[in-house]
Each structure stands twice: as structure tokens, then as C-alpha cells.
Design a protein around this ligand. Sequence first.
Ligand code: ADP
Ligand code: MG
Length: 239
Amino acid sequence: MLKVNNVGVSYGGIKAVRGVTMELRPGELVSLIGSNGSGKTSLLRAISGLVDVDQGSIFIDGKDVAGVPAHERVKLGLAHCPEARKIFGQQSVMDNLLLGAFLRFKKEKKSEIEKTIDEVFAIFPKLKDRQTQLAGTMSGGEQQMLAIGRALMLKPKILILDEPSMGLAPVVIDEVFNVIGRIKETRQTSILLVEQLAYRALQLADRAYVLEQGVVRIEGTGAELQNSPEVRSAYLGGH
Ligand SMILES: Nc1ncnc2c1ncn2[C@@H]1O[C@H](COP(=O)(O)OP(=O)(O)O)[C@@H](O)[C@H]1O
Ligand SMILES: [Mg+2]
């Protein structure tokens, strides 16, 4: 589904990602954990085509995406929920969801898109109640739900989530992770999850990678990493 081979990302002289190899298989949830500045966001941005790689290659659904711009990667089935969730604050919840499906309007019937809206509402009942509310007036947690819901409107093959818990209250974080778990259970979209809250990310993960200073230090199943003494002492203090 997604293959990353020896990828590097630099900003000027600073190497943020130094030769990362990883993969995401169909229907899998893979978590990427690591401390602040370890290169997680840079790697996600390289996958989405938002920054250039300075080495290595990326395959989306079997296609080498070297030189393919971000908006073309979206057409290959990649949806990216960035760190600072970017919803359209001046538009209603419903309009945000419809905008998420913009690529589908040309080739699909309205009824197909309405079906996805129903699926998204089934996952996020709150969005259904708030359809007409201006997105910018919703709480942080609701906006995060909307950002994920909007990404799902594309029916992506791959969903990339960068720190969905950021800035949210603990009870809302529970809700967000429940929702990610439900999306995973459908096995219709592969999920690449980056999260500071390592114990949360590992609980949900089929497999996971630990990134340190731009390289993969440890990889394994979610359970293996949850039980790894190294991971426990460095990333799971108290959990
Ligand atoms: N646009 C940028 N320009 C320069 N340096 C950057 C930029 N974005 C990230 N970096 C640097 O790259 C490193 C990795 O950052 P990032 O990928 O955001 O890590 P993470 O998401 O794991 O916190 C950090 O040292 C950060 O300061
Ligand atoms: Mg980051």
C-alpha cells in the first residue's frame, strides 16, 4: 500500500530524516512514535509530497511517486490530516465534509457521496448534530473529528494522521482514539498514525516504528513494542 525506502529529508543543512525504510500494508494501522523533533512530521510530509526527499523512494499503491505533486498523490488515495488541523472555519460542518469529497464529484453520483456522509456520521454522531454549525466555532476536539471526517470523505486508501491528540483535553483524546479504532476496524483504509502519546499509539497499532533523530531505532508489532523494556523506559513512563 505504502512503501518508504531509505528516505531522507533535509532543511538547508539540517537532516531531519536520515534514511527511513518502512511500510504500511492494506488495512493495517501503523504507528510512528518518537520524541519531539525526531522527524515524524517531516517523514509524513515527504510521503504526502509536501517536502522534497533528498534520498530514497516512496511507493503509493505500487507507484513510485518521485516528482508527483501533493495534489496528485491525493488522487492516488492518500489523505493527510496535518498537525494543525486545517478545517475551513467560515464554512459549515457539512460544507467542510463536502469539500473533502471534491475529487469524487466529477466521477461519482451524488448518492455515493451521500452514502459516505452517512458513514462518516455513523462514526462521528456529533458531526451529524452539528451539520449547519460554522466549523470555526466548534471545540478543538470537534474540529479534530471534523478534520478526520473530512479526510474520510475521500474514501482514501491511506489515511495519515499527525498527532491527532495535540491540544485536546484527556476526555476528548479518549474519544478521538476510539474513533481511530473504529476506522481501523473497518479495514477499508490503511492508517499511518503519528502520536506523541506513545501508549495510545501502540495500543491501536498492528505494527509500529520508533523514530529517533531521523532514523528507525526499533520496529515490531504494537504488542512487541508495548512490552519492550527499551520502549517502556523511553516512551511509556507510567503506562
Ligand atoms: N520547515 C523547517 N525548516 C527547518 N527545519 C525544520 C523544518 N521543519 C522541521 N524542521 C526540523 O526538522 C527536525 C524534525 O522535525 P519534525 O519532522 O517536525 O519532527 P517531529 O514531528 O518528530 O517533532 C527538527 O529538528 C525540526 O526543527
Ligand atoms: Mg510533528
